[in-house]
Design a protein. Structure first.
Ligand code: AMP
Ligand code: ZN
Length: 113
């Protein structure tokens, strides 16, 4: 996707602070962290939002969730705890239209709901 910020981050055209990478997924530090630990995890394949997840591309979503424990461990929050957040669409405040999951930790905020 030519004009997609996260596709450009995945390709290296835009620099990022990499946390994890493999064939299917890429994780990097959020540029405006909302918690002491804040990473963004994306599939390398372009999916616009959670609305775009299908049986054909859901392997990339599974790959993200399979790697979340290792990424949380790498970031030092696997035992203290963390939150996984996906914002889908305008009402949820999604600003980058490439499916991504926020990993937020390092605070003792408890539940949000
Ligand atoms: P969302 O608002 O859920 O769509 O999340 C998009 C996230 O991308 C926000 O938390 C931004 O701070 C983050 N972001 C935007 N540009 C960059 C960048 N160049 N590097 C790292 N994170 C970014
Ligand atoms: Zn993209």
């Amino acid at each position: 996707m030519e004009d997609c910020l996260f596709c450009k981050i995945i390709s290296g055209e835009i620099p990022s602070s990499k946390v994890y990478e493999d064939d299917e997924i890429y994780a990097f530090r959020d540029i405006e962290p909302q918690a002491p630990v804040h990473a963004v995890i994306v599939p390398k394949t372009h999916i616009s939002s959670a609305n775009g997840i299908t049986p054909e591309n859901s392997r990339a979503v599974a790959a993200i969730f399979e790697k979340i424990p290792a990424i949380a461990r790498e970031l030092g929050v696997d035992e203290s705890g963390y939150r996984i957040v996906n914002n889908c669409g305008a009402d949820a405040g999604q600003t980058v239209m490439h499916l991504h999951f926020h990993l937020l930790g390092g605070t003792q905020g408890g539940k949000l709901y």
